[in-house]
Design a protein around this ligand. Structure first.
Ligand code: DQA
Length: 143
């Protein structure tokens, strides 16, 4: 089993970007957390792009390659019908992750198109949310 861990725009800067909001862990740290959470039961592939179309291509590819998707769509969460449509073509479990507690923040972050498809949504756990999401995908795949 392969699990895709997809990350949207500006998350390449994780650790340096607004650390008061997003913390100091990097995307490499996130990859290590997800690999630990997979613990030999699946292989995690972490991908990040600043480009909406690239994320959509990876979601299409997931249909062939991955059993489940963990996705932090970053700012595209709040804008992208195209990401939602792409996720609707994928049959396996999808978990949406936000590092920050988006519902405590600006009004425009309270809307998520991706949530219309996600089987679970995690917000405000910091990068630990990725590990929780990965474990949840594994439990859904086992069920
Ligand atoms: C984010 C929250 C989004 O509102 C923001 O645009 C991000 C990161 C989070 O992980 O908390 O880039 O998805």
């Amino acid at each position: 089993n392969q699990i895709y861990i997809l990350n949207g725009p500006n998350l390449n800067l994780l650790g340096k970007r607004e650390p008061d909001i997003y913390g100091t862990a990097t995307l490499d740290d996130v990859e290590a957390l997800c690999n630990d959470a997979c613990a030999g039961r699946a292989s995690c592939t972490l991908l990040q792009s600043n480009h909406e179309g690239q994320l959509i291509d990876w979601i299409h590819q997931a249909t062939e390659q991955a059993a489940g998707i963990v996705i932090n769509p970053a700012a595209f969460t709040h804008t992208s019908v195209a990401l939602l449509d792409a996720l609707n073509t994928f049959d396996g479990p999808v978990i949406e992750v936000h590092i920050s507690q988006v519902h405590k923040r600006e009004e425009f972050r309270h809307i998520s198109y991706v949530s219309k498809r996600a089987d679970a949504v995690i917000a405000g756990m910091g990068v630990a949310g990725y590990a929780a999401a990965t474990r949840h995908i594994l439990s859904l795949l086992d069920a």
